[in-house]
Design a protein around this ligand. Sequence first.
Ligand SMILES: Cc1cc2nc3c(=O)[nH]c(=O)nc-3n(C[C@H](O)[C@H](O)[C@H](O)COP(=O)(O)OP(=O)(O)OC[C@H]3O[C@@H](n4cnc5c(N)ncnc54)[C@H](O)[C@@H]3O)c2cc1C
Length: 354
Amino acid sequence: MRVLVAGAGPTGLTAAVELARRGVEADVIDRREEGSSLSRAVGIMPRSLELLTPSGVSGRLLAEGMKFTKVRIYRENRLALALPLDVMSPRHGYAFLVGLAQDRTEGLLADAFNRFGGSVRYGTELTGLELRGDSVGVETSAGPSAYDYVIGADGVGSTTRRCLGIDFPGFDLPQTWSIADVDAQGWPNTDAFTLCQLARGQVAVVAPLEANRFRVVSNTEDALATLPLKLNTTNIRREGQFTISVRQVAEYGRDRVFLAGDAAHCHSPAGGRGMNLGIADAAELAERLVAGTLSGYSASRHVDGARTVSGSERVRRLVTSPNAMTRTVVFAGLKVVSAAPALQRRMAQQILYG
Ligand SMILES: Cc1cc2nc3c(=O)[nH]c(=O)nc-3n(C[C@H](O)[C@H](O)[C@H](O)COP(=O)(O)OP(=O)(O)OC[C@H]3O[C@@H](n4cnc5c(N)ncnc54)[C@H](O)[C@@H]3O)c2cc1C
């Protein structure tokens, strides 16, 4: 079976690894000249760890990443809730999140693909597709070829999606968000994901990436200036701004071509689900390709995607609400949760497993 994977982000690499461990060596292309150095998604969810266990990737993610066993929520600079994630029942394998910069997650996936005998062809761009019924004609910057199946894991601006003529309905959020990747000393909560809610619906989030390296994200134009807690920054590795779209395709492919990851859905970082949803798409697609059950792929992933996109939007609207009454209700709710172990378990379950 000849399979082309367009895009070597976390989704495309997961598809490649999951196919390779089942004996299908896909061709993987990416238009970048080399692997990414961007730390975008930093939270790896338990479900992703479970999916990446058979390939051996999870063991490496666990060895290299930080374990977040708590979520701390602040109102301005006052702690409103310290939620232990390990209040989950023991039947759940992972009662924590793993924090790791996305470029390292991609590096570990690429290493696994190499161990299975594959390698990514960088500097190669998908430019066109032709559906031929029994195969797919493919145009790339390296020339024409044909495949039995194509996986479009080429991100939010997907060429695969455009070639298939599939709409990407949804909307763009009006605000500019900001991100900073910094080295800092003395941050007390290295085992926690920290969320600060400020007046007028502003939020700032801190996630440890290494012992003294942190990611700060905010729905303002300056994440570091918005953070109301003291972070003794010694070096700013990267700062930037980004905008957010909330979109999902209605069909995850056509004929022998399938969409996965950001090519099929995108939403805000609230809930930290984007990369994890792409990993789940890719793992299911690889399994179905090998099992010959591709007809169920689109419907199955659409359900999971729609639930995740709407859940992320609910969280974003709640935590960024500028409405003073909503904020009062949120913090009253957190006070109740902090005194009720059963509610803590429920909230931890929601954060870890959705
Ligand atoms: C600032 C920020 C913070 C985020 N935080 C989180 C988080 O905490 N948790 C989380 O789960 N998610 C988070 N995300 C989202 C996460 O980064 C994405 O969901 C994830 O990268 C999607 O992976 P992907 O492989 O589908 O797409 P991408 O990572 O975009 O990879 C697509 C790849 O396809 C290649 N490509 C594109 N077009 C072509 C072409 N025509 N031919 C060949 N190759 C092509 C690109 O070069 C790229 O390498 C964040 C995103 C941002 C921007």
